[in-house]
Design a protein around this ligand. Structure first.
Ligand code: SAH
Length: 261
């Protein structure tokens, strides 16, 4: 009986970034590198790690030190998502305003499918507090590893391991269609610029009260995350906003720098 998984996919690098946000224990960075290499992933991004490079990370990486050497270190999540289309956030908890949430298996199929059209990011949070709501709201979908309901938080590197394993199995299986999108998904930075533009217009037409915003922007983010906007669609939406409120497409001066970062 044949029990080995198909390995013919392994020569093609999969454009999937594993992004760790503000990791405090360097051992977890090393163990993540090892988990990734075991599962044939090689793009590690670190957002403001507490300590990196570090001897402890290198020791825990074992034979995966090459991933630590090629890891990209940056200071904001926005930087780590630059150029990415599909973005997934890993979270142990359901938040107050639920986002589309998938199991690792469902999510892995989607990740492999989207990786045929552009770079994908899977974002993991801090050991002590996970991902903030504003970070989770930058994601198209959330992935939650099913656990004991009374004890749901895995060690960071182990959470990476589970999801990386499912990505590998999805690559190895023939069930995932590798059909390219006609138009690539809008990049994470284009999506942020769109939301900034939308917010300016909504404030300008007095639909959104900045002193009492309630959950309006979060609800709109969730709605557009479900829609998985592509580059043309974002351009159309921004064109509509600019036509409705001429001049609104321009970033006010004091924010212009932030936007270009
Ligand atoms: N105490 C934090 C969890 C931190 S664990 C909290 O309550 O949110 C560190 C990271 O590992 C999390 O941010 C998440 O990205 C990932 N993780 C841990 N357990 C997970 C689970 N059950 N499902 C999905 N991701 C998980």
């Amino acid at each position: 009986m044949q029990s080995r998984v198909d390995e013919s996919w392994v020569d093609d690098a999969l454009p999937v970034r594993i992004v760790l946000v503000e990791t405090s224990h360097p051992g977890n960075v090393g163990a993540t590198a090892r988990a990734m290499k075991n599962m044939a992933l090689d793009r590690l991004w670190l957002v403001s790690p507490a300590s990196f490079p570090s001897a402890e990370a290198s020791a825990r990486a074992s034979g995966a030190a090459d991933l630590l050497h090629s890891a990209k270190v940056c200071t904001t999540l926005a930087e780590a998502l630059e150029g990415c289309g599909f973005v997934v956030g890993a979270s142990a908890r359901q938040r107050s305003l639920a986002w589309p949430t998938r199991t690792p298996r469902e999510c892995a199929g989607k990740i492999v499918e989207e990786a045929a059209s552009g770079e994908v990011a899977v974002v993991f949070g801090r050991e002590n507090s996970g991902l903030r709501n504003d970070e989770l709201q930058r994601c198209h979908a959330h992935v939650q590893i099913p656990t004991n309901p009374g004890y749901s938080s895995l060690n960071l590197a182990m959470a990476v391991q589970v999801i990386a394993y499912e990505i590998m199995m999805a690559r190895a299986g023939s069930s995932v269609p590798t059909r390219c999108r006609e138009t690539p998904l809008a990049t994470a930075e284009d999506i942020e610029l769109f939301f900034q533009h939308l917010e300016r217009v909504l404030v300008g037409v007095q639909f959104l009260d900045p002193s009492n915003p309630r959950h309006l922007m979060m609800r709109l983010r969730r709605m557009f995350a479900r829609a998985e906007l592509d580059r043309n669609e974002v351009a159309i939406l921004r064109g509509i906003l600019a036509a409705l409120v001429p001049g609104s497409g321009k970033q006010p001066r004091n924010n212009a720098k932030e936007e270009s970062q």
